[in-house]
Structure formats: structure tokens, C-alpha cells
Ligand binder design. Sequence first.
Ligand code: ADP
Ligand code: MG
Length: 291
Amino acid sequence: ATPMAIMVATGRGAQAGVLIREAEALEAYAKVDTLVLDKTGTLTEGRPTLTDVVAVSRAELEILSLAAALERGSEHPLAEAICAGASDRNAPRKDASEFEAITGKGVRAIVDGAAVFLGNEALMTEQGIDVADIQERRKTLEAEGKTVMFLAVEREISGLVAVADRVKQGAADAVEQLRRAGLQIVMATGDSETTAQAVARETGITDVRAGLSPDDKAALVAELQAQGHSVAMAGDGINDAPALAAAQVGIAMGTGADVAVESAGITLLKGDLTGLLRARKLALSTMRNIR
Ligand code: ADP
Ligand code: MG
């Protein structure tokens, strides 16, 4: 594209909340045939709220106190939901030390002298914690589209906490229109298969890749590229940064983490899914004009 055409497009984009960092990003977005969409914060609002606490070996309120003690150290949207839910339900405050975030998996810390872990099944497995006994209750919650986290104290499951996150308004419609704009849509998420499928059903997405670590998301992009596809990746979180960087064009949903924005060639200020479509149309028309 000529520098002039790009300049005009960049200006028009900015007015519509589409920030183009480099000319190459716009050219690349006109050429991609595949769009990988992160789930949490991209297809969903990313503002989950606490819905369930399942007591296994400790009382519900204690589970909440422990979970919130860990999550106070985290900036993940799930952390906010758990802390807000704990305070709404008046769970007594506990203090944690030696906090550590395990990206794409969960959090750990020491509370009341005990090692406490909160996170997904991958985190439990990694720690050698047995989750077999509670799989049924977990599946029931996940089939409702909820994200379920395991709480373990001294390597024993104490309970489950579940949160729900609404799908963004108009998401199914936007997905359909993106398809019509020539894009094959793939959902990528660190969340579990069952939860991911519930969101996929609601948004009309059929290609779902669940249980992915941040590096797995980047590997998925590479795999699609190896199959001959040209790939755009849209995401909002620190967990999406490697995939955003690996794609032909990374698109940061503007409401998300700074790291995501730094790894992306395009940023959608409002973080809504129609922005993906606006940016695609802008890219196509700019490239058409210069050919
Ligand atoms: P997504 O790909 O859907 O944006 P992430 O990669 O950030 O999600 O997280 C994947 C999974 O890891 C979550 O569904 C959750 O089970 C677990 N997890 C990540 N961060 C946290 C946290 N701060 N607290 C509890 N669980 C977490
Ligand atoms: Mg996300």
C-alpha cells in the first residue's frame, strides 16, 4: 500500500476506535483467512461473577476466605470475581504470603501456614493433587458455561468455586459477519473443554481449542500457519501475548492487559467484536485501492 493510503486508513481507523500501529498490520489483516479468538475477555465480557461455592472438606465460607486471600495478589479477571464474591458474602479476611501467579493455570500462596493452590485441573495435576472424586460436580457446573476452579490445601481438594462470565452482546452476530467477510473462526481458550463448548454454542463457533496454555495458543497459531493459513489472533490478556506475537497480525481487545497491546499490530479501543469487522473492512478497502 502507498504511504498515503495507509495514512488515510490509519486516520479513519482511529476515529472508529481501531488503532493501527504499523502499515504491515493492516496489509496482513486484509490477507488473513483465519481468525483465532480468545474466549475470556474477547468473546465474553471478561467481568465474571462468583456463582457457586462447593464445600468438599471445608466450610463454604472458609473456602471463600482462602480463595480470596490468594486472589488478592492476582490481576486476573477471575481474581476480581472471587474477591468481590467473598466480600459480598462476608467471608472473614485471611492473609496470604509467598504469593505466586501461574499464568494460564491459577495461583498459589501460603495461608495460615498451609500451602494453598487455586486453579484449573492442569494446575492440580501438576501438583499431584487428585481431583477424581469431584469431577461430576465440576462437569455439571461447566455444562452451564461456568469456569470452575479447584481449591487445594496441603495437596487435598477442599472445595470448588465457580464463576460465570456473560458472552458479549451481539457476539454471535459478529462471528457470523466475520465469517461472511471471508474468515474461518477458531476459538482458543485456557478454560476447560466443557465450559468452552457452552460459549461456542452460544456464539456459533464450531472449531474450539480448549485447555491451552499461553504457549499452546502460540503453537496453535503456528500449526494453522503450517497448514498454509494466514492467521489473525485477537485476545486481551497476558496469556494471549505469545499468540498475538506469533500471528500474521495480533489484535488486542483494548480493555485488556498492556502486554497484549504491546504484542499487537492493531488495538481495538472499545474491545467489542464489531471492531474486528470494522478493521477487516478498512483493511480490505485500503488494499483494494492500491492494487
Ligand atoms: P482464557 O484463555 O480463557 O482467557 P486463562 O488462560 O487466563 O483463560 O486461564 C485459564 C484457566 O486457568 C482459567 O480458566 C482458570 O481455571 C485458571 N486460572 C488462570 N488464572 C487464574 C487465577 N488468577 N485464579 C484462578 N484460576 C486461574
Ligand atoms: Mg482472555
